[in-house]
Design a protein around this ligand. Sequence first.
Ligand SMILES: C[S@@+](CC[C@H](N)C(=O)[O-])C[C@H]1O[C@@H](n2cnc3c(N)ncnc32)[C@H](O)[C@@H]1O
Length: 220
Amino acid sequence: MSYKAIMNKKNKMNGLKLLKLIDKESIKVVFFDPQYRGVLDKLSYGNEGKSRGRERSELPQMTKEIILTFINQIEKILKPNGYLFLWVDKFHLFECKDWIGNFKSIEIVDMITWDKQKIGMGYRSRRRCEYLIIIQKSPRKAKTTWNIHNIPDVWGEKINNKIHTHSKPVELQKQLILATTQEEDIVVDPASGGYSVLRACEETNRKFLGCDLKFGDLYE
Ligand SMILES: C[S@@+](CC[C@H](N)C(=O)[O-])C[C@H]1O[C@@H](n2cnc3c(N)ncnc32)[C@H](O)[C@@H]1O
């Protein structure tokens, strides 16, 4: 289908609706940064979270079932050898292996730790990192699907102008886009938040298809 009306825009809509509009096996790269409902549950066991969690709890949350429904749609729209870059925090790092195990045609092939270079909260250890799980649709293949070979698996990038509570590093996302797509390819982000992936696409001449339930201009 033609995505002209919604391409390269900040669309305010449900990401599942967007994913269902996209043709099967037509996309090389998807970024997915879920709004984990589980974080709030985990924080409530500590001595933190109530006040600091307020900003987070105002965002629409995603249960595990919703996240799996997103991944199911993403699996359908990815081309063979296509990549899903899935952001996870340390609370979900271990269980996400089981989530991906539910799907027949995608598997975890690598991981990058993002060092935010800024210390956050935490009782035993204080959080400073988030994780990017690199998932590939079958057939698994590194050669010819990845063109940049000097991306370290610990990436330091500080976010200065934080547009969204959960803004992700634009430079890292740019490197990943350059490594896995060609100019004019479409990159999808169904839960865009502050639209860091849109910025990465603008700066690398890629097309962007993305949306957020709460942020963006009204489309539907
Ligand atoms: C972790 S943030 C994304 C941050 C983004 N990667 C960035 O760099 O700014 C997750 C976003 O998912 C959005 N969201 C929650 N449920 C959604 C849904 N069903 N469809 C689209 N967006 C949703 C929330 O509003 C929130 O902005």
